[in-house]
Design a protein around this ligand. Structure first.
Ligand code: ADP
Ligand code: MG
Length: 365
């Protein structure tokens, strides 16, 4: 369906894509993953010529869309694009937003455009908001509308660039659900995402991008379970780290909790595990460590490995030698112990924060 041959994109100071070649087959759902700045957006934007490639060819349905003189509007009609930001027209209602392009570009009648618009709104669960204005919708709802709008053009392929990354964490799953539904329907899609479990669940192919192009390609199973190359392995295995330093008794724990929630959600941590993580941190820091250290210097790091779904929490803190298991707050300690598989304590006098407690959080069965 799409053939990409030796695609190159150079900017003045970087070359995110060098000699990139691949095919997209009908029905493919390709997840594009990789560290930021490795050209994922550039790749997707080159595909529909939002960025003009510096070299190479893109052939779409047998036509070279990179050829000089080719009318790119023709290809764009068959290639839907979903962005991080929803780009809905604020002065139009939801259904009007959906009717616009089919009437203007496909010459659909008002009735046809309306019927189709309502059909897709129903599909994304937004039919009851047809007459609302974008401002009246949450971010997740806007993105669902934006996806429905794309579907109204009956595109052959849909390109999505981090469609959930601008959303409030509570809204990620409703948008993911809509995309998951689409991926099952046989739509050809290419989606850039940093949500690995999601990428894995919806795709049949995964492109790991690094070093000027597609560094490794494989099935989700290959990329996530048995990556062959070093960088892929490191990226997949890489423990995602959430960190905070608690340096005052007046520390803003409310904000800390919110940030932690965001991190856990982004990494698709299961909710029972989330509760154990939260509880372990709250009890350890607020109930056990803070009463002990009037002038706290506590570093908390949460590391989540998506490969084996395990979470490690490391507390390092300055001050006198103290193992949290020697606390006289038995209730808090038992809560921490019940949430964990293992707890280790070490003391290293050479370190500024000499105490270190590592907690391996119990996994959800
Ligand atoms: N319009 C631009 N001008 C110059 N450099 C750009 C432009 N767009 C992207 N880049 C650079 O190209 C590289 C790849 O960017 P991008 O495709 O956005 O990465 P990703 O989506 O993987 O995070 C980055 O180094 C970025 O700074
Ligand atoms: Mg990007």
């Amino acid at each position: 369906m799409i053939e990409v041959k030796s695609l190159t994109k150079k900017y003045d100071s970087v070359t995110p894509l060098r000699d990139v070649s691949f095919n997209v087959n009908e029905g493919d759902v390709i997840a594009v993953i990789g560290p930021s700045g490795t050209g994922k957006s550039t790749l997707i934007r080159c595909l529909n010529m939002l960025e003009k490639p510096t070299g190479g060819q893109i052939i779409f349905d047998g036509e070279e869309i990179t050829a000089r003189g080719y009318d790119i509007r023709k290809a764009r009609m068959k290639m839907g694009m979903v962005f991080q930001s929803f780009n809905l027209f604020g002065h139009l209602t939801v259904i009007e937003n959906l009717m616009l392009a089919p009437m203007d570009l496909l010459g659909k009648s008002k009735q046809e455009a309306y019927d189709k618009g309502m059909e897709y709104l129903r599909r994304v669960g937004m039919a009851d908001k047809a007459l609302s204005y974008p401002d009246e919708l949450s971010g997740g709802q806007k993105q669902r509308v934006a996806i429905a709008r794309t579907l109204c053009m009956d595109p052959e392929v849909i390109l999505l660039d981090e469609p959930t990354s601008a959303l409030d964490p509570t809204m990620v799953s409703e948008v993911q659900a809509v995309i998951r539904d689409l991926s099952k329907s046989g739509k050809t899609m290419m989606i850039v995402t940093h949500e690995m479990n999601f990428a894995r669940a919806i795709s049949n192919r995964v492109f790991y991008m690094d070093g000027e192009g597609i560094y490794e390609e494989g099935t989700p199973e290959e990329i996530f379970e048995h990556p062959k190359k070093e960088n892929t392995r490191r990226f997949i295995r890489r423990l995602k780290v959430f960190e905070a330093v608690i340096d005052s008794r007046d520390y803003d724990f409310i904000n800390f909790g919110a940030e932690l929630d965001r991190y856990l959600l982004q990494n698709d941590v299961k909710s029972s595990e989330k509760n154990r993580i939260r509880l372990t941190i709250e009890e350890t820091v607020q109930q056990i460590l803070l009463p002990r250290y009037p002038d706290p210097d506590i570093h908390v790091a949460v590391e989540y490995s998506m490969q084996d779904d395990s979470t490690e929490i490391t507390f390092t803190y300055g001050g006198e030698k103290f193992d949290i298991r020697d606390t006289d707050n038995e209730l808090s300690l038992s809560m921490v112990e019940n949430s964990s598989e293992k707890i280790e304590y070490s003391f290293d006098e050479g370190e500024e924060r000499a105490n270190e407690v590592k907690v391996w959080v119990k996994k959800t069965e």
